[in-house]
Design a protein around this ligand. Structure first.
Ligand SMILES: Nc1ncnc2c1ncn2[C@@H]1O[C@H](COP(=O)(O)OP(=O)(O)O)[C@@H](O)[C@H]1O
Ligand SMILES: [Mg+2]
Length: 280
């Protein structure tokens, strides 16, 4: 079953400053199956957040279609759960109160929603923290609470926009492993945005590699690494490096093509910046 289907997506923004039209997304099509983890990866400014915001229903598309669970997206809805970078938790509610909020809005009776809330807190490793408040949790724990809150609503698709980008490297590894473990236990459908190649390879079943703006799909790379995955062993696998290299190649090629194709009069050409951009 297809959970999310994006067809011929095109997005123009009108720059509020200059009044000029800017094409953010040229032509993007891909789908996410039920229970699949798909990452969208591409250089900064290529339109990743725009794609996610269109799927979330926060931003209107210019052309194309976005279908979630068989229904055309027309605005935000409970069938799509967004994990925000800044957690967006309710500080005055307990941990359990945060997790069951959506269920309460749906009118799920208290005993049932509390049981479900506890189940999802357990899943993300926050069992026993029900009665704490968000400020009593570490940044990593708040992140996991954000995930539990979305999963408790059982959305058709969970949307995550670079959730670990502003977290230190050590904690980030841990959170990526936590997310993988949660995914391997429950198999929610995940649409994940990142510009970090290793992160995409580690987490995903497939990676949609976008070109620079106006973005197109360069290639959809399948990640057939075995699960369960853990960093230490996964990165040692030759297949892991091969996939990461392939994705890097796509990004660097794209850079070179853009450098060569743009007549900016600098005469600079490809001086090897591509490797740095790809983050190797
Ligand atoms: N609200 C907006 N108004 C005008 N331009 C925008 C707006 N949001 C994003 N853009 C432009 O669209 C392009 C894609 O942005 P974004 O989706 O944030 O990229 P990414 O997440 O890949 O870094 C960028 O050039 C950005 O400046
Ligand atoms: Mg972004």
């Amino acid at each position: 079953m297809t959970a999310l289907e994006i067809t011929g997506l095109h997005k123009n923004y009108v720059d509020s400053y200059s009044g000029e039209e800017v094409t953010a997304i040229g032509d993007v099509s891909f789908s996410v199956d039920e229970g699949e983890f798909v990452s969208v990866l591409g250089p900064s400014g290529c339109g990743k957040t725009t794609v996610l915001n269109i799927v979330a229903g926060f931003v209107n598309l210019t052309e194309g279609s976005v279908v979630v669970d068989g229904r055309e997206v027309g605005g935000p809805g409970p069938d799509r759960g967004v994990v925000f970078q800044s957690h967006a938790l309710f500080p005055w509610k307990t941990v359990l109160g945060n997790v069951v909020f959506g269920l309460r809005m749906k009118g799920v009776p208290r005993a049932e929603r509390d049981a479900k809330g506890k189940e999802f807190l357990e899943l993300v490793g926050l069992g026993g923290f029900e009665h704490k408040y968000p400020h009593e949790l570490s940044g990593g724990m708040q992140q996991r609470l954000g995930v539990a809150r979305v999963l408790a609503n059982e959305p058709a698709v969970m949307l995550m926009d670079e959730p670990f980008a502003s977290i230190d490297a050590q904690t980030r590894r841990k959170l990526q492993e936590d997310l993988t473990r949660i995914f391997e236990k429950r198999h929610p459908t995940v649409f994940f945005v990142t510009h970090d190649v290793d992160e995409a390879v580690f987490l995903s079943d497939r990676i949609v590699v976008l070109s620079q703006r106006p973005s197109r799909v360069r290639e959809i790379v399948t990640v057939d690494l075995p699960r369960p995955r853990e960093w230490r062993t996964a990165v040692e696998l030759p297949e892991f490096r091969a996939i990461a290299n392939r994705v890097n190649e796509l990004l660097v090629d794209d850079e070179a093509a853009q450098d060569g194709g743009t007549d900016d009069g600098s005469g600079g050409g490809n001086d090897g910046d591509g490797a740095a951009v790809a983050g190797v």
